[in-house]
Ligand binder design. Structure first.
Ligand SMILES: [Fe+2]
Ligand SMILES: [Fe+2]
Length: 139
């Protein structure tokens, strides 16, 4: 296991908390696969799943931010885009045999999730909490 789910990750939006848990699980699967010498094909499948799920999660967050006129949508989206670019680039290198699923890349992914969830995602969590206090129609 690379990282454990922490209660401090909670954003207050159940759907996104579930997404984040899923992302932590996928990252742990990638880590465990690399540690226990999984086949390249298996690792490729996990990386692929991690990318697909990350993209789905980012789209969901951004859609929600648009829906509620979140004021920091643009910078948040930029962070998502930069991360997607990095992981897709890594995946290409991995598939061409130019990169391994190393501890270095796994640590980068873990730290990015940590920083992003506790920083930028927590920020929309706080925004949402304020919205909820001012309206009773929100989920
Ligand atoms: Fe985000
Ligand atoms: Fe997120």
């Amino acid at each position: 296991m690379l990282m454990e789910w922490q209660q401090t990750f909670e954003t207050g939006i159940l759907e996104f908390d579930e997404h984040h848990k899923q992302l932590v699980d996928l990252l742990n699967m990638a880590h465990d696969g690399a540690c226990y010498g999984a086949e390249t094909d298996e690792l490729d499948a996990v990386i692929n799943e991690l990318i697909k799920y990350t993209e789905y999660h980012f789209i969901s967050e951004e859609y929600w931010m648009e829906e509620y006129n979140y004021p920091f949508l643009i910078s948040h989206r930029q962070e998502h885009q930069e991360f997607t670019k990095t992981i897709v680039q890594f995946h290409n290198d991995f598939q061409q045999g130019k990169a391994h699923l190393s501890m270095e890349i796994l640590t980068f992914l873990m730290e990015w999730f940590n920083t992003h969830i506790l920083g930028s995602d927590a920020k929309y969590g706080a925004f949402f909490t304020t919205l909820k206090q001012n309206a009773s129609v929100l989920p």
